[in-house]
Design a protein around this ligand. Sequence first.
Ligand code: A2P
Length: 351
Amino acid sequence: MSDSILWCREGAHIAILGATGAVGREMIRCVDTLKLPVRKVDLLASARSAGKSLSTPWGSLTVHDAGHFDFRGVDIVLCSAGKSVSLALADRIVSAGALMIDNTSAFRRDPKWPLVVPEVNGHLIALKPGIIANPNCSTIQMVLALKALDDAVGIDDVRVATYQSCSGAGQKGMDALLTETRDALAGHRHDTSAVHARGIAFDVVPQIGAFLDSGFTEEEDKMMFETQKILDRPDLRVCATCVRVPVMRCHSEVVSLNTRKEISVQEAASILDEMPGLRVTDMQSPDAYPTATQAQDHFDTFIGRIRKDPVANHGLIFWIVSDNLLKGAALNAVQIACSAWNQGRMESTHE
Ligand code: A2P
């Protein structure tokens, strides 16, 4: 195994694992839009998809079975095929010398590997064989705002309630929303769902993932742990309630927090608006708050309804919306890839 892949100056050889899925398809688009220089792209999925052709910005490409793929020579593997697939393939990917950017929860808690949102802790990105974990979708959008406020005035504690779209469960999550809604309109309401914790048509479901002994769900536990790790604030108290709503795409959240120092709504709005990747939409007019359908297909994360929380000392409360398939998944992963690649190229030119 080579210790470095800095020699690849003319463009990266990348592989996209889960290329036929909801996030994988967005990864393909983001690689093109962010202009990650590529010299070769391999699309990988399950054996079911092997041999299929996908139309891509680089022409029509054949999908390969990830289980039989030889990762030697690949510089960066973008993974979004589920936790068990990442766990099964990680050793092969890393020992072949590639950087694995993993969108699943498989390695997020492993202290050996960084958990990265480039605008927040991008200094942890390096182009070398190993793993960089891409955080949970609902965590990414929130930590952008928390980082800006924590740097400015310090944050003591955070409470968040999410309104998470069905695409958080992948293509099958979106398919389930459509099928269950059509069936409900035809008079047959599903109490259970093949994908979501309960039937999702015309309902909101306060369960994403299994329940833990603490009473929190897996999704809530991810948000609480990952926020501390990304911000490098193990002392930060975070309390999450995660809810699935019958929205196709984009996650919305209500975040309330206590700051260490007093901060006005106007100051908070300017600090948040200046954070790369964040935009406050309703500074001129209060009804210009963002919504899920408006945020869809955008790279930015949108904030509105910033208010003082009247039941806290230095409390702030706001509404934050982001495209979970983009900044919450594919875009963040590809931003990591671009940053790693550019950094590797700079280092190689200084050798
Ligand atoms: P496939 O289309 O062949 O099933 P989503 O999150 O939208 O459900 O997408 C999941 C992605 O993960 C798809 O590209 C899917 O490929 C891929 N995938 C699922 N199981 C495996 C597996 N065992 N090996 C490789 N890729 C897999």
